[in-house]
Structures are given as structure tokens and as C-alpha cells.
Design a protein around this ligand. Structure first.
Ligand SMILES: Cc1ncc(COP(=O)(O)O)c(C=O)c1O
Length: 393
């Protein structure tokens, strides 16, 4: 099977957050969006066919996820794609990744507790911590234009902040700066967590989109360093199925697994899975490796094209191709204009690119551009950026 990642699809008129609601984000309808992190691709044909069959049956009564048809494909994906052994008994369905993260924050920290996270960070992280009455303790990543990686963890800062925290909410790989944490960094993080008793919640939703030649390491590889690690993830980012609902947790600690189920079933009353999301996960993780590979390759080539464009036309804008995620992260401070002026210039030429300060401390002076799109759309974006930057020069 194959998917043509050069094919364009019209997502407008589908209540699509990225395309139909640009007014919310950019104050103008109809801008060409490179914003929210989903792709401009159809789900794999196998997933669509499976869903057509499910929908045609017309049976949408209460359903269950606690069976090996749901768990084995997830365990298989982790084994095949990341080389990590996951016991089916550790897997549970959850409506969404951020729902899981939010439940974990409540389960592993006390009211008024403190959660450590690396900044700039995915913009739902602060809400999921502070909205639950916990304090966000942000440790700012160090931007390193010339080092082996675009950003490094500030270990001193982290060590100073960790003792007062009870959990680490890790984005692995990291949205927005596209860092793929190395084995040595993850070992160090787990050692730090062990030293200070931090429960690690590892959000691994971006794990499949990795630059060729690099390897993703799940936090689960480090259970022998520190056993209090929970993974929250979903097939939705890779296969573009977020609106179907559904995700999963991987929880090796049986008491915490039970506590998670108790919370979802008997406190939040989320008993039935979203059946389309469940089937999509099962099918994608069984028969769509080719699609994940193709998307990772397309992302790398889009990333290189964007880096080449900047290098040639706007060398004062610096960007290292993301090691993972389909989110490009550019440092635009060299343009010498404010974030407000830059946004205005971009929107004026009809393009919507996320402003970096959306992602908190350290995000200012940056842009986050979702490039999970056909090359032809990227070209339109580059032409628009060219006009916007020129209008500011
Ligand atoms: C790091 C990260 N976690 C979670 C999500 C959202 O997942 P869900 O819609 O399942 O809550 C996103 C979406 O952009 C993300 O980037």
C-alpha cells in the first residue's frame, strides 16, 4: 500500500479547526493555515475502509475497549516501531491524550502540588496543570544554535527546581522545538526523577515523526532506572484521526492503572470508547506502517525545503530541521521586529503561522509552522512568508 503525500485535499467546509476557523487564531478568515498540529492528509485507506464497514453496520451502542483486539496492536506498534516491550495489561483506552495527562496530574500530585515541564511547551500543558489547581514549574530549555541539538536541557535549573515538585510532564519528542530526547538525556531525566520522587508522565504522541537516521526512545525503556513512569499517547497525530476520538495510556503500575480506570469510569463516566477512534487505532497500528514511514520521510523533506528557503532568502531567520514532529520552529529575532508586527505582516499576506509566545517562556521571537502538508502547500506558504518578511525589511 502507499499514500501519495503530494496529493492536496480540500479540508474546508468540514468544521476543520485548522482551515475553517482561522478567524479565531489569526483574526482573519481564509488565511492559508500552518497552525494546529494535524496534517493535510487523508487517513490511510485501510483505516477509512475499516471505518466505512463499521459505520455501515449502523450499530453504535455502548462498546468496550478492554480486549486484546485493541491492546495487541498497540503493544505490537511499540515493539515493532520502537523496540519496547509493553504488556497488554498496562494498556488502557482514554478519550484523549490531554484528558489522560490531566487525570495523571490529579492522580500523582496533591492539590496545590507542583509539576515540572520544559519550556517553551505545548500550549495545553499549562492548562492541564494549573486548571487542576497545581503549580506549573517551567524549566527553560537552552537554545543552542551551534551545538549538536537545537535546544539543550538546563540541567542545573532542572536540578534546582525538581526537589519542590512531585511530577514531570515530559513531551517526548518535544513540541514545539522538535527535540528528540536522546537515550542519555532520558536516562538523566529518569535519574533526576528517581532522586526527587517525581512521577514521570511522558506524552509520546509525536513519536512516529522522526527524521530518518534518528531513533525515538520511549520513556518506558527506563523503567529499570525509575519505575514511576506513565505514557500517554495516541495514533491520531500520525494518522490524522484526532476528530474520531480515542487514545491510550500505558501504565505499568497496577495500582495506578486501577486508579486511572476508577477515575474515568466512576468519576468522569467515560465508559464507552469512541468506537471509530478505537477501530482506527487498531487498523492503523496493524497495517499502516508504510503510512507512518511515508509521513516521516515527507516531513523531513519539507523541513529541508523550509531550511533551504530560509538559508537562501532569509538567513537572519534561523531554523534547525526538527529532529521529530512535523512542526518547524524558527527563531525570527534576526528580523528585528516585534512578534505583533510579524504576525500582522504574515496575516496581511494571507498566511497563518503560530507565534512562538503561544508556547510560553522562551517561545517569544519564534514561529511554529506545521508542515505536515503536501509540498505544494508548503511552497505557497514560503512565497507568502517571503512577501511578509520583505514587507518588514
Ligand atoms: C504534545 C501533544 N500532546 C497532546 C496533543 C493533543 O492530543 P489529544 O487531542 O489526544 O488530547 C497534542 C496536539 O497537538 C500535542 O502536540
Amino acid at each position: 500500500m502507499s499514500y501519495d503525500f503530494t496529493k492536496t485535499i480540500d479540508r474546508r467546509g468540514t468544521y476543520c479547526t485548522q482551515w475553517d476557523f482561522t478567524q479565531d487564531r489569526f483574526g482573519r478568515a481564509g488565511v492559508l493555515p500552518f497552525s494546529i498540529s494535524d496534517t493535510d492528509f487523508e487517513a490511510p485507506a485501510e483505516v477509512v475502509e475499516r471505518l466505512v464497514a463499521v459505520v455501515q453496520k449502523g450499530q453504535f451502542g455502548y462498546s468496550r475497549w478492554n480486549h486484546s483486539d485493541f491492546k495487541l496492536p498497540i503493544a505490537g506498534w511499540f515493539e515493532r516501531r520502537y523496540g519496547v516491550g509493553v504488556r497488554p495489561a498496562w494498556i488502557a483506552y482514554s478519550p484523549s491524550v490531554m484528558y489522560s495527562a490531566s487525570v495523571y496530574v490529579r492522580l500523582v500530585t496533591p492539590k496545590g502540588g507542583r509539576v515540572l515541564a520544559l519550556s517553551p511547551m505545548y500550549d495545553s500543558f499549562p492548562g492541564c496543570i494549573e486548571g487542576n489547581g497545581r503549580e506549573l514549574v517551567a524549566s527553560r530549555l537552552i537554545e543552542t544554535p551551534a551545538g549538536p541539538h537545537s535546544y539543550e536541557i538546563d540541567w542545573e535549573d532542572l536540578a534546582a527546581k525538581a526537589p519542590s515538585c512531585q511530577a514531570l510532564l515530559l513531551c517526548n519528542p518535544h513540541n514545539p522545538c522538535g527535540r528528540l530526547w536522546t537515550s542519555s538525556e532520558l536516562t538523566q531525566l529518569m535519574e533526576l526523577a528517581a532522586r526527587h520522587g517525581l512521577h514521570v508522565i511522558s506524552d509520546e504522541i509525536h513519536a512516529d515523526i522522526v527524521r530518518p537516521g534518528l531513533a525515538f526512545h520511549s520513556a518506558l525503556e527506563y523503567l529499570d532506572v525509575w519505575p514511576h513512569i506513565s505514557v500517554v499517547s495516541s495514533s491520531s497525530k500520525t494518522f490524522n484521526t484526532a476528530a474520531l476520538g480515542g487514545s491510550y495510556i500505558i501504565e505499568p503500575e497496577s495500582s495506578l492503572y486501577e486508579a486511572f480506570l476508577q477515575r474515568t469510569r466512576h468519576a468522569d463516566y467515560l465508559n464507552s470508547p469512541a468506537i471509530c477512534g478505537m477501530y482506527a487505532t487498531m487498523e492503523a497500528y496493524t497495517s499502516c506502517d508504510y503510512y507512518a514511514d511515508g509521513l516521516a520521510a515527507l516531513t523531513a523533506s519539507n523541513m529541508d525545503r523550509l531550511a533551504g528557503f530560509l538559508n537562501e532568502r532569509w538567513p537572519q531567520v534561523t531554523m534547525r530541521p526538527a529532529e521529530a514532529t512535523y512542526l518547524a520552529w524558527m527563531n525570527v529575532t534576526g528580523l528585528g521586529v516585534s512578534d505583533d508586527a510579524l504576525q500582522e505582516a504574515l496575516v496581511n499576506v494571507g498566511v497563518g503561522i503560530m507565534r512562538g509566545d503561544t508556547y510560553g517562556e522562551g517561545g517569544e521571537g519564534h514561529l511554529r509552522m506545521c508542515i505536515g502538508c503536501p509540498p505544494s502547500k508548503l511552497e505557497l506558504g514560503l512565497a507568502a512568508m517571503d512577501r511578509a518578511f520583505a514587507s518588514l525589511a
